[in-house]
Design a protein around this ligand. Structure first.
Ligand SMILES: Nc1ncnc2c1ncn2[C@@H]1O[C@H](COP(=O)(O)OP(=O)(O)O)[C@@H](O)[C@H]1O
Ligand SMILES: [Mg+2]
Length: 368
C-alpha cells in the first residue's frame, strides 16, 4: 500500500499496451501523472500516448526491473500478463491490483474455485484435464439430455470468444476432443439468460467500494458489440449483483477497477444474476463512462492505483456504446456525419483485421 497519494508528476507504470492501456495512460495524463507502458509490441496502441515506453518481452527480467524502478506505482491492463512478471515488478514498485487478482482471473479453473470458495453463483461446470475427461463430464452435465448446449473454454488465454467452442450434441464431441488435445479447460452448461450485464466497480486503498450503473451488454460471436445504460435491472437483481461484486473485491483485497461479467439468468419465472467471469481491470463495457460520467472508469482506476480519493461513479446521461470491429472503423467519416453528437474513440491500430477492436463510439441521452 502506498502510504501517501502519489503527487502530480509521479509515474504510473502500465503493463500491457492495448487500447485499455492507452485510455489509462490518457487518464493519468489528465490528472498530471506520467505514464510508462511496458509492452512487447512496438506498434501497440498505448505507446503512442505514453510518457515513457519499455518495449520488451514479459520474461525480460532486466527490462521489467528497469520499468518497475522508474514507476511510483504499477498497474496492468490485461489479465494474460505472466504472473512471474508481476512477481518481479512488485519487488520494485507498488502494484495494484495485486498479483493474486491476476492469478485468479487468468485461469478459468482457478477463477471458478475462487468463486465457489466464496459460495458465489456460476453456471454448472466441470474441470477438464485433456480430451479423455471430456465425455464423462459432458454426460454428467447434460444428464441424459444430449442436446443441452455446453461451452468448452480453455483455462487460459481466451478473449473475445476465442479459445472456446460450443458443444450442442454428441456429434460435437469428436471435434471438441481433437480441438482440446491435452489442454486444461472448463466445461460449462449454456445459460438461458434474458440478457448479459456487467458490474464495474472500483475500490480504493482503504477498502471503500463504489459501482457504476451496470450496462446491458450485447455480444455476437463471443465479442462485445454494444453496452447500454441503464440496463433496467430489477432492484433485487442489482442489489444481489452489487453484493456479489463487493464480496469478490473484498476477498481479493482489490485496489482499482474490476469488472464482473454477469448473466441475468431466467429462473423460476424471474431473473437471477450469475457470474460469467471476472476481469481485474477496466473493461470494454465501461467505455461509455468516459462520456456519461464526471469521472470515468479509467480515471477512477488511476486514482485508486495512485492512492487518490476516488471520484463519483454517478452518471449524468444514459448512454449507448458501440464497438467498431475490423473494417467497421474505416467508416468513421460517415459514422460521424450520420450523427454529429456521437463521441468517437479510435485506438490507433494499423490493421483493421476482422473482429479486431479498432475503436468505439458513444451516444448520450440526458438522464430522464
Ligand atoms: N455458459 C454460457 N452460456 C451462454 N452464453 C455463454 C456462456 N459462456 C459464454 N457465453 C457467451 O460467450 C461470450 C464470451 O464468453 P466469455 O466466457 O465471457 O469469454 P471471453 O473471455 O472471450 O469474454 C459471453 O459474453 C456470452 O455471450
Ligand atoms: Mg467475457
Amino acid at each position: 500500500m502506498t502510504a501517501e497519494p502519489l503527487p502530480p508528476g509521479a509515474t504510473v507504470g502500465i503493463v500491457g499496451g492495448g487500447q485499455l492501456g492507452r485510455m489509462m495512460a490518457l487518464a493519468a495524463s489528465k490528472i498530471g501523472l506520467k505514464s510508462s507502458i511496458f509492452a512487447p509490441d512496438e506498434d501497440c496502441p498505448a505507446f503512442e500516448v505514453a510518457t515513457f515506453r519499455h518495449c520488451a518481452a514479459y520474461d525480460d527480467r532486466a527490462a521489467l526491473e528497469r520499468f518497475a524502478r522508474e514507476a511510483d506505482a504499477v498497474t496492468y491492463e490485461f489479465e494474460n500478463v505472466p504472473a512471474e512478471a508481476l512477481a518481479i515488478i512488485e519487488q520494485h514498485s507498488h502494484l495494484a491490483p495485486n498479483r493474486r487478482a491476476l492469478e485468479v482471473s487468468q485461469n478459468r479453473l482457478e477463477e471458478r474455485r475462487f468463486l465457489a470458495g466464496l459460495g458465489l453463483p456460476c453456471a454448472p461446470h466441470a474441470e477438464i484435464r485433456g480430451r479423455n475427461e471430456l465425455e464423462p463430464a459432458w454426460s454428467n452435465l447434460t444428464a441424459g439430455q444430449s442436446d443441452t448446449l455446453l461451452f468448452l473454454k480453455l483455462a487460459r488465454y481466451g478473449y473475445d470468444g476465442k479459445g472456446q467452442m460450443r458443444i450442442g450434441g454428441a456429434g460435437d464431441l469428436a471435434p471438441a476432443r481433437q480441438w482440446l488435445g491435452n489442454e486444461e479447460a472448463l466445461l460449462e452448461r449454456g445459460v438461458d439468460f434474458a440478457y448479459e450485464f456487467s458490474m464495474l466497480c472500483v475500490r480504493d486503498q482503504g477498502g471503500r467500494m463504489s459501482c457504476y450503473d451496470p450496462p446491458r451488454n450485447v455480444h455476437k460471436g463471443g465479442i462485445l458489440r454494444e453496452s447500454i445504460v441503464p440496463a433496467a435491472l430489477p432492484d433485487d437483481v442489482l442489489a444481489t449483483a452489487k453484493d456479489i461484486a463487493g464480496e469478490i473485491l473484498a476477498a481479493l483485497d482489490y485496489v482499482g477497477v474490476l469488472a464482473v461479467e454477469m448473466f441475468a439468468e431466467r429462473h423460476n419465472g424471474g431473473i437471477r444474476p450469475i457470474i460469467n467471469e471476472i476481469a481485474p481491470r477496466v473493461h470494454n463495457s465501461g467505455h461509455w463512462t468516459l462520456d456519461a460520467c464526471p469521472v470515468s472508469q479509467f480515471e477512477n482506476h488511476i486514482r485508486a492505483v495512485a492512492g487518490w480519493p476516488l471520484g463519483t461513479t454517478e452518471r449524468h446521461s444514459d448512454a449507448r456504446m458501440v464497438n467498431l470491429l475490423g473494417e467497421e472503423a474505416l467508416r468513421w467519416p460517415s459514422l460521424l456525419e450520420e450523427n454529429p453528437s456521437r463521441s468517437l474513440t479510435l485506438y490507433g491500430k494499423k490493421d483493421a483485421v476482422s473482429g479486431r477492436k479498432m475503436g468505439h463510439f458513444v451516444e448520450l441521452k440526458p438522464k430522464p
